[in-house]
Unconditional design. Structure first.
Length: 272
């Protein structure tokens, strides 16, 4: 059966459960959140294909797709993936997240099915125990929440600063949703977007998704002002986390300066 457009969130969870039911060593890179899956469905972005021992989902993004899989075991992933319909019709990216040693079997299965390693990200964490200082920084009156009119400028700066294939960049509608949820801090200079920090907070954990200073405004300490403001405005958060490209030494050092350190999780990004 070829890949078909997903119509309901129930289809997704039913497919996953069907694979799990007969699994000896269930493996997956898909941990769906109902609201997010519903948004993908609403925008006609999510496709699926169910096979005997695996289920595959592709979310379209720009001119490529993100591949998500659920399989009874790693060998089934490899065998079912090689028989997947339409696998060569578009470029596909697949993320495998976990401890380095634990993800080896999945990486081998994907590589045997024709995927190649494209990038690697590491997760960094910054503890924030009760009573800890907020990086020595107060909030800044220059920093505001992004407004609806900032969405396109944010998207343009993201696409100029990151690799869409590796960095899971949001679409315009996702940026608009984040703005409505008050998740993007911005600094403007003479009406122009100079820098922004996009974050998501759930409970006592907060994730920096993107932290960017436009090239024309670098070396003006805007990035530092943003992240100190971010820390200071989240006193109840007990752990700050983020993902960074493993080979980006400059970014890793910058995050370490603000108290982040690797926590052991890695994200291998593969491409076919």
């Amino acid at each position: 059966m070829p890949m078909s457009l997903v119509q309901t969130v129930g289809q997704v969870f039913d497919s996953i459960q069907n694979v799990k039911a007969g699994a000896s060593a269930f493996c997956t890179n898909f941990f769906p959140v109902q609201a997010r899956v519903q948004t993908w469905i609403d925008h006609g972005e999510l496709f699926s294909e169910t096979r005997e021992r695996a289920a595959f989902f592709v979310r379209t993004d720009r001119d490529f797709g993100h591949l998500y899989f659920c399989a009874a075991d790693a060998p089934s992933l490899q065998s079912e993936l090689t028989r997947m319909n339409g696998l060569d019709q578009r470029r596909l990216m697949a993320d495998v997240v976990g401890q380095e040693a634990g993800v080896a079997p999945l990486l081998s299965s994907l590589e045997a099915a024709g995927f190649g390693r494209y990038s690697k990200l590491v997760r960094l964490a910054r503890p924030n125990p009760p009573g800890a200082s907020s990086a020595g920084g107060a909030t800044s009156p220059e920093i505001t929440m992004a407004g609806p009119g900032d969405a396109l400028a944010i998207l343009n700066l993201l696409e100029a600063s990151f690799d869409p294939l590796a960095d899971q960049l949001p679409t315009l509608y996702e940026i608009e949703d984040a703005i409505r949820a008050s998740q993007i801090l911005v600094i403007k200079r003479e009406g122009e977007l100079a820098a922004f920090l996009h974050f998501e907070t759930q409970g006592m954990t907060s994730t920096v998704r993107y932290w960017v200073v436009a090239k024309a405004f670098q070396s003006q300490r805007l990035g530092g002002a943003l992240i100190r403001h971010y820390f200071a405005s989240h006193p109840a958060v007990r752990r700050f986390i983020l993902w960074v490209t493993a080979t980006n030494d400059n970014a890793v050092q910058k995050y370490q300066h603000y108290g982040y350190a690797p926590d052991g999780l890695v994200d291998h990004v593969l491409s076919k």
